[in-house]
Write a protein of this length. Structure first.
Length: 109
């Protein structure tokens, strides 16, 4: 399945990511929002409309800690927002304090 940048941006926005900044150049930076606050989970997506190359999908997959999911399956259906947050907590990628602050527990590549 080919995934273009526009579809990728729409897909991650549906999964709880919001645009952080518009970087100089050709990329947009997105961060995962939890309870109205940005978390340390971030990625960059091209402003363009061309298909995203396979190596870039791999990089995004690592940045979003999607294993065992693919970026394509994450965008299309698996997991929903709550399931993604559960996945991150269950796999000790993030921890959520009682006041809703999110802390990254692993090094982000």
């Amino acid at each position: 399945m080919q995934l273009d940048s526009q579809k990728l941006r729409r897909g991650i926005e549906k999964k709880g990511f919001k645009r952080i900044t518009e970087t100089k150049g050709k990329d947009l930076k997105y961060g995962l929002v939890y309870r109205g606050k940005f978390t340390p989970i971030t990625t960059k997506v091209s402003k363009g409309t061309k298909p995203v190359k396979k190596n870039l999908l791999g990089k995004i997959r690592r940045q979003l800690f999607l294993h065992p999911y693919t970026v394509e399956s994450f965008i299309e259906c698996d997991p929903p927002y709550d399931g993604y947050i559960d996945h991150l907590v269950r796999n000790n990628i993030i921890t959520i304090s009682n006041d809703g602050n999110v802390r990254l527990l692993v090094y982000q590549r």
